[in-house]
Write a protein that binds this ligand. Structure first.
Ligand code: ASP
Length: 311
């Protein structure tokens, strides 16, 4: 079983957490929960998976009926800006919340909390780097037979830009330029794949959410079964799709997974305390993934200029 804190290392947080997670929630019912029978009820009951699913469907339908609905989609965009501002206003108080939560954990559990957090950071960084180098190289080799080395060399500046902004959305113009002028992806493919990828393809974020959930479960002294690990994977993928491409958004949708398992939400204080550097790194991974997918899609459509790629 995946256990990255040994029994002696596990410190049990002094927070209200269930002894064992409810067994009733099977993988099957988690999948069923994604499809709401009543969206108003889902919103009232905070069923985040159902809300994310409905929002995706709603967006698709809105897109298809744009010519009939006038500027309705623009109104949603404006509303989105207002909500983003709301989130930023609330998040500006996060340092105070994190300070208080960490202070409480240190008083009740001692300084060991920092050792745990350090292990989480080191392990997550290793997994993110492994994923970026190994997974993308294998995918590029299998689906396009392009050189991963050339790909990573040309992606260097874009990855650094993503690292410094912590936002896949802010990096879109740089990613677009790199994939079209340096990697030889056709403009039409790039202008579709990159913005869509920046919004929904967040493998770095999904990895963080999965590991953070396991970390919090272990810190709370809760054993996850193999089915619950599978649920964590599924939920992390959906929650990462629901995360906005802005700094720290992944930690906000992490709440979806913790809620689903009944894990203590205040443990997010520890995750937030060490999230700065992790956010920077996972954004680079997210953006590199978008570019790799753009190459694969362009290659499958014979719209990748190999001469530009190899130049
Ligand atoms: N900052 C990430 C991005 O923009 C999202 C996150 O994981 O917080 O890709």
């Amino acid at each position: 079983m995946l256990q990255y804190l040994s029994q002696e290392q596990v410190i049990h947080l002094d927070i209200a957490a269930p002894e064992k997670l409810p067994e009733g929630q099977s993988v099957y019912s988690t999948i069923l929960d994604i499809f709401p029978s009543n969206i108003i009820e889902a919103m009232a009951n905070n069923q985040m998976l159902a809300i994310v699913f409905f929002s995706i469907l709603f967006g698709l339908a809105l897109n298809k009926t744009n010519h009939l609905t006038g500027n309705l989609s623009e109104s949603f965009e404006k509303l989105n800006t207002v909500f983003m501002q709301l989130v930023l206003m609330i998040m500006s108080y996060a340092p105070i919340g994190v300070f208080c939560l960490i202070g409480k954990f240190v008083i009740t559990d001692g300084l060991d909390i920092f050792q745990e957090a350090f292990m989480y950071v080191v392990l997550l960084i290793s997994v993110l780097i492994f994923h970026a180098i190994v997974t993308y190289s294998i995918f590029l080799k299998i689906f396009t037979n392009l050189s991963p080395l050339v790909f990573f060399k040309k992606m260097r500046e874009t990855a650094i830009f993503a690292f410094s902004t912590s936002s896949s959305a802010a990096t879109i113009p740089v990613t677009l330029k790199t994939v079209t002028t340096d990697l030889g992806v056709n403009k039409n493919i790039a202008s579709f794949v990159i913005p869509v990828g920046a919004t929904i393809n967040m493998d770095g974020t999904a990895i963080m959410q999965g590991m953070a959930t396991v970390f919090i479960a272990q810190m709370s002294g809760i054993d996850l079964s193999i089915f619950q690990y599978m649920q964590v994977v599924l939920l992390a993928v959906v929650a990462s799709v629901g995360a906005a491409a802005v700094p720290s958004a992944g930690t906000i949708t992490l709440v979806i997974i913790l809620q689903q398992f009944g894990l203590p939400l205040e443990a997010i204080g520890i995750i937030l305390a060490v999230d700065r550097i992790l956010d920077m790194l996972r954004t680079s991974v997210n953006v590199t993934g978008d570019a790799a997918v753009a190459c694969i899609v362009a290659h499958s459509e014979s719209l990748l200029d190999k001469e530009i790629f190899d130049k």
